[in-house]
Design a protein around this ligand. Structure first.
Ligand code: SAH
Ligand code: SF4
Ligand code: F3S
Length: 457
């Protein structure tokens, strides 16, 4: 099949245009938001630069999920100070979750000219125009409606193969440790017609994978009073996107264990092009911790969902997020997490130490009382266990065949390509004349805990 390659959906000439430099921290949704921001600024005459020295406007799209994510950005703001000393007219903007959380505290640094929250990106052009050395601009109003549904993100990915599509914004859960509901506001779902249009446009431009994003995709719900067809839930949306083309792969993230429905699981099983991978953050294996975290499920419920997924899709990849050292966590709670990991046999995990976030329920109600060194040693134990589980999971795949979507040239060897199997595992294999965007069939010959080393078949 001939693949039409186009990196940006809206290519424009750069000469003479003012330049914006954007750096992104945090989750996939923030990556996609930066693409929305670029689209808005391109329409206002800006061109993207990858050279910060050329930029008229420098934007950092920030994350507040853990304290260390914020510390990194404070470090960057210090470096931006040097840029400003060299070039006084450069405009510095802090946007995203940290802007929403810290608001005018960011202006106290006297480095930052613009503070814009996640629902204020349409205002960025006018905010940039209004900035003077004495009047920094701030807009941190959260919205109940904004989904940027009509904006076509300008893709900043390098491969032109796989793209993010945000299907909803915000979060209505109140997991007690989590800052997201405060930085992103209430949950709102995006009009499915705009999602489908974006996916079709991407496919037409040569993309072969879309990743549907939301903090809790299972609660996606579009209510259309004008449509006779009624509501659209996540399983239905998934099916609509999967039907665009059998050559367009569909992924999604994040699933919430309390909400993932049998309908979603069966829909996944029905379509070959819906990748068999679920990211299902468990956070803890202890019921006492899950209760305090306000996750609204138990260990038993979680493991039942895992069994259901595996009974319908035996080869489904399963990944998770885990927090070590939440408030009051005992040695037994920690052991419960380790035993749940073994039982669920996760393929991979993102693992974190609990970081208290000001203003959250946990920060107000529970002392952050697990000593730092205990958090670290528990996290290390969790990481070591996951290392073994990932290796065992990959060893089970040796000898199996997978269809892989090629994403690019392997970093370690220019004669090799890499791509993902449906279960989200990374495969590396000899190039054999293939290129990014091709589907290839491979057989796994050996593995590490991170990679399936494969050959073409
Ligand atoms: N919406 C997703 C998670 C988004 S945040 C869900 O509900 O699963 C991504 C991950 O960051 C979370 O799953 C959690 O493991 C971690 N996280 C969130 N707040 C945290 C905190 N205060 N300290 C440490 N890790 C945290
Ligand atoms: Fe945070 Fe919970 Fe919402 Fe995920 S579901 S974003 S962890 S509040
Ligand atoms: Fe971070 Fe905001 Fe995402 S806090 S994880 S960038 S939603």
């Amino acid at each position: 099949m001939k693949i039409l390659k186009m990196k940006n959906i809206k290519p424009i000439k750069d000469e003479g245009r003012p330049k914006v430099y954007i750096e992104t921290y945090g989750c996939q949704m923030n990556v996609n938001d930066s693409e929305v921001i670029l689209s808005i600024l391109q329409d206002d005459g800006y061109a993207l630069t990858e050279d910060i020295g050329q930029a008229n406007v420098i934007l950092a799209n920030t994350c507040s999920i853990r304290d260390n994510a914020e510390q990194r950005v404070w470090g960057r703001i210090d470096q931006f100070r040097l840029r400003k000393e060299q070039r006084r007219d450069v405009i510095i903007g802090i946007v995203g979750c940290m802007a929403e959380r810290l608001k005018d505290k960011l202006l106290d640094s006297h480095i930052v000219d613009i503070v814009a929250g996640p629902d204020s990106y349409r205002k960025l052009p006018e905010m940039i125009r209004a900035v003077t050395p004495d009047s920094p601009q701030m807009d941190v109003l959260l919205s109940r409606e904004e989904t940027y549904a009509d904006i076509t993100p300008v893709r900043m990915d390098r491969n032109g193969v796989s793209a993010y599509i945000s299907i909803m914004r915000g979060c209505n859960n109140v997991c007690s440790y989590c800052i997201v509901p405060y930085t992103r506001g209430v949950e709102r779902s995006r009009d499915p017609r705009t999602i489908l249009k974006e996916a079709v446009d991407l496919y037409t431009c040569g993309y072969r994978e879309v990743n549907l994003l939301g903090q809790n995709v299972d609660s996606y719900l579009w209510k259309d009073p004008e449509s006779a067809d009624g509501d659209v839930n996540f399983a239905q949306l998934l099916e609509m996107v999967a039907r665009i083309s059998p050559d367009l792969r569909v992924r999604f993230s994040t699933s919430h264990p309390k909400d993932i429905s049998d309908e979603v699981i069966y829909t996944m099983a029905m379509y070959d092009n819906i990748c068999k991978h679920i990211h299902l953050p468990v956070q803890s294996g202890s019921n006492a911790m899950l209760e305090k975290m306000r996750r609204k499920y138990t260990r038993e419920w979680y493991l039942e969902r895992v069994r259901k997924i595996r009974s319908v899709m035996p080869d489904c990849g399963l990944t998770t997020d885990i927090i070590a050292g939440f408030c009051g966590e005992t040695e037994q709670d920690h052991k419960d997490t380790l035993s749940l990991m073994e039982e669920a046999a996760f393929d991979a995990a993102f693992m974190f130490q609990y970081s208290e976030r000001p203003g959250t329920l946990a920060a107000r109600k529970y002392p952050d009382d697990v000593p730092a060194e205990v958090k670290t040693s528990r996290l290390n134990e969790i990481i070591a266990l996951q290392g073994r589980l990932s290796l065992e999971s990959n060893e089970r795949d040796v000898g199996k065949r997978f269809r892989v979507l090629v994403e690019g040239v392997s970093k370690k060897n220019a004669d090799e390509l890499f791509g993902r199997a449906g279960n989200n595992k990374v495969c590396v294999f000899p190039a054999g004349g293939h290129k990014a965007g091709d589907y290839v069939d491979v057989e796994v010959v050996s593995c590490t805990s991170a990679t399936l080393i494969s050959r073409l078949v």
